[in-house]
Write a protein that binds this ligand. Sequence first.
Ligand SMILES: [Zn+2]
Length: 477
Amino acid sequence: MSVTVSIPTPLRSFTGGRDAVPVAGATVGEVLDGLLAAHGGLRRHLVQDDGKLRNFVNLYLNDTDIRQLESTATAVSAGDVLTIVPSIAGGRPATETDLPKLSHAEVLRYSRHLLLPEVGLEGQRKLKAARVLTIGAGGLGSPLTLYLAAAGVGTIGIVDFDAVDLTNLQRQVVHGTSSLGRPKLDSARERLLDLNPNVNVIGHDTRLTSENALEILRDYDIVVDGTDNFPTRYLVNDACVLLGKPNVYGSIFRFEGQASVFYAKEGPCYRCLYSEPPPPGLVPSCAEGGVLGVLPGIIGCLQAMETIKWILGAGDSLVGRLVLFDALKLRFRELKLRKDPNCPICGDHPTIHELIDYQAFCGIGAEPEYAGPEISVEEFQRERAVNGAELVLLDVREPHEWEIAHIEGARLIPLSQLPDRLNELDGHAEIVTQCHHGSRSMKALEILRGAGFGKVRSLAGGIDAWAERVEPGMARY
Ligand SMILES: [Zn+2]
């Protein structure tokens, strides 16, 4: 039977430029022998003198590392795909001669790198050969991709499906005001190519999912996690562990950030640190909780630094260490991370062998926690005109949000204070709860109903919907 052997770019010169070749055989070993018989030039790149696979070459049968199967004895079926993945463990590409050359213009552009013995001409050529994938072109992805492009990282992949929004520009510095409304991929690509036309920017215009993650990540040497949500973070971690790739991690919240490098071959992975995500709603997102604009700049730069060091093989990487940064105190702390022998994906007896449903794993997509009657902003405006005196509009946002904008006649009781201030409200009144987007107001509704208030509704879409559809002159945030 015949299987398809997928050939990585650096080895295609030995297969007449072909990216895939059909080879007959009953096991992975036989297919490999057939491949080397037909394309002898591959031999020294793939196997040692004793015939064993070189340890920086990984073979995947379909989506599974053959080391998790029966190695070269693994049986193959017609239609299977055997993929050769030359690892760049430690960031050191195969041989000096494989590295791309630099033009005179590139030599001049990177001269301040070339003067560093830790980089030098060879290091700069390693950077040019490197393929780095960034998940997200947002707060972390902005400084990260800018510095990687400036440093001459040859191929920068970006996964993003979002468009540039005005609220992004306070921190997402790869985008500009002239890009508002455009896909972040287009905006980032334009800026990065302007910064350095020598780099190849590959856009992946999609949400990263269990279905496409292995396919997308497989082509890259290093993955940099710039995501802002737990399902994608676990997905990126698991895909990196399964593919044996380093995952340069960063996360931010308000004034605090974290960074590490997860590389299961040599140290812990993200699941060794946090085996399970927090329940949905417990940790607010940046959209709900806010973030100081410079913070992703600092954490994203740490990620860029770790990525570049990894490619160069210079210095000590953050593998096995977690850096915590507190911007208000301007203090860095460092924690040692240990590999958890019970880690479900990189431990001694892993239970996860393929990508799972990460939305479900993170408890997202289940029944909403709070659900109650809602009222649209238009309906509220009408009712208020008819019997305004009887209708109480209860704004449950924070005072600093009230200062930005509030609806005339509303009463402010922040959600956190509501349980202690129920006595300020008339139990017989018709109450409409209101917040920024309609989720805190739903929690307030739940609290009021639990306390016996009978006539409570939540303003759907919150003050943002009101500002958009009823009172267009109002400030939005
Ligand atoms: Zn682990």
